[in-house]
Design a protein around this ligand. Structure first.
Ligand code: AQP
Length: 385
């Protein structure tokens, strides 16, 4: 069942796109055909990858992860998951439910298990296709934790202390915060480097972590010889930072104290309408974006992404109509966009083994690649005899 996962996005976006599955071209209506980027083995580090083609060329490798914590929201979807789905025909893809990362903040075994199952269902319901992407749970592949430890030796304490996400999530309290939260970016570097990743599609908040990953990989390569590919962040110009509905100066976050911060992917139609109605707006009444209108800019961005329109064309549509009419329509746009995902989610929730089967098969494939890479890394570092 999961193998036939459809690819729902926003209503208009869904109609506008055709993904040429199995081919190496992605066709966007009204745009140029895009060729799948390839890299040669010479650019991919010293170790030939297991998936090399005979000619030595391969498609670029994408890796990204998402934590099984809190309520998955439209920020996670628009900033990350939707891009994973629309690009999956172009690349070799690995998408990981990073449960070890979720241990960096307090949780319980039951909550972690529940969130992992729920996230797996969300990824499949959003359109990740196990035929095109390896989808797996991080803790099923032990090499992630092992490489994290090894990379700790080429990462500097000062670098980690400068990570803004640590400062934000730690709230400046050294004593009450786990060491795991501090070392989190090193585990993320291990996740990425383990698979010779070329591109990491993420939201804006992860940019600093990808830079740290590149620095750690460069340092390792300089010390032990070329071993790791230096990955690049893939951050889209629109949607990379969806802001909170109740405070447009902070990003929408699944661990937010108030549910009015976000629209969860599982919110029903009435909840979505209520949250949009209550969303903070800026002074004035013109539906326009701009630096002096952070709230409207955010709402216009969400509208534009879910309907595949530019912000300026949405502005034109609502010229002179005021905030009320715009918010009413925005709520319906979000309800319509999430509806196919939610229908699919209900099917997957009724059949929990579907996602588990996908994750088991994904972990087997990931483990094969990770263990080959780790054998090389251990040898490079002089571990064992
Ligand atoms: N507000 C956002 N706008 C755009 N993209 C976002 N992402 C997160 N929030 C936004 C992207 O979603 C992916 C998965 O995120 P994560 O689970 O690794 O954790 P996070 O970045 O810390 O996301 P949250 O939602 O804010 O969770 P909590 O509250 O637990 O910290 C990433 O690609 C992220 O960039």
């Amino acid at each position: 069942m999961a193998g036939n996962a459809s690819i729902p996005h926003g209503r208009a976006a869904y109609n506008a796109r055709t993904i040429a599955r199995g081919s190496r071209q992605l066709c966007l209506k009204g745009s140029k055909r895009l060729s799948a980027p390839v890299v040669t083995e010479r650019t991919a580090g010293a170790v030939p990858r297991m998936d090399s083609t005979v000619s030595g060329e391969r498609r670029q490798r994408v890796f990204s992860g998402i934590q099984p914590s809190g309520n998955f929201h439209i920020g996670n979807y628009l900033g990350a998951i939707r891009n994973w789905v629309t690009q999956q025909a172009l690349y070799e893809n690995m998408f990981c439910i990073v449960d070890l990362h979720a241990l960096s903040l307090p949780t319980t075994p039951d909550a972690l298990r529940r969130n992992t199952q729920s996230l797996a269902n969300i990824l499949l319901a959003s359109g990740l296709d196990p035929q095109q992407s390896i989808i797996f749970i991080q803790s099923d592949v032990r090499e992630h934790a092992e490489l994290c430890w090894l990379l700790n030796s080429v990462t500097q304490f000062g670098e980690l202390r400068r990570m803004t996400q640590f400062k934000d999530k730690g709230g400046g309290q050294d004593e009450g915060v786990s060491a795991a939260l501090f070392v989190y970016p090193v585990l993320q570097a291990a996740d990425i480097l383990l698979y010779d990743t070329d591109l990491v599609p993420v939201g804006e908040d992860q940019k600093q972590h990808i830079e740290l990953t590149r620095d750690a990989a460069s340092r390792f390569n300089a010390r032990y010889g070329t071993t790791f590919v230096l990955p690049k962040p893939d951050i889209k110009p629109e949607g990379a930072r969806i802001m909170a509905l109740d405070d447009p100066t902070v990003k929408m976050s699944k661990s937010a104290a108030s549910p009015n911060n976000y629209i969860a992917l599982s919110d029903d139609a009435d909840t979505i309408r209520r949250k949009v109605r209550r969303a903070v707006t800026d002074s004035g009444s013109d539906v326009t974006a701009g630096p002096d209108k952070p709230a409207l800019t955010n709402l216009l961005t969400i509208f534009g992404l879910f309907t595949s329109q530019s912000i300026s064309s949405v502005e034109e549509q609502y010229a002179g109509k005021g905030y009320g009419a715009f918010k009413t329509d925005l709520a319906e746009v979000v309800v319509d966009a999430l509806s196919p995902i939610q229908q699919r989610l209900a099917e997957l929730e009724a059949n929990p083994t579907a996602a588990r089967d996908v994750l088991t098969a994904g972990a087997d494939r990931a483990r094969e690649q990770a263990s080959a890479k780790m054998a090389h890394v251990r040898e490079r570092m002089g571990l064992g005899l």
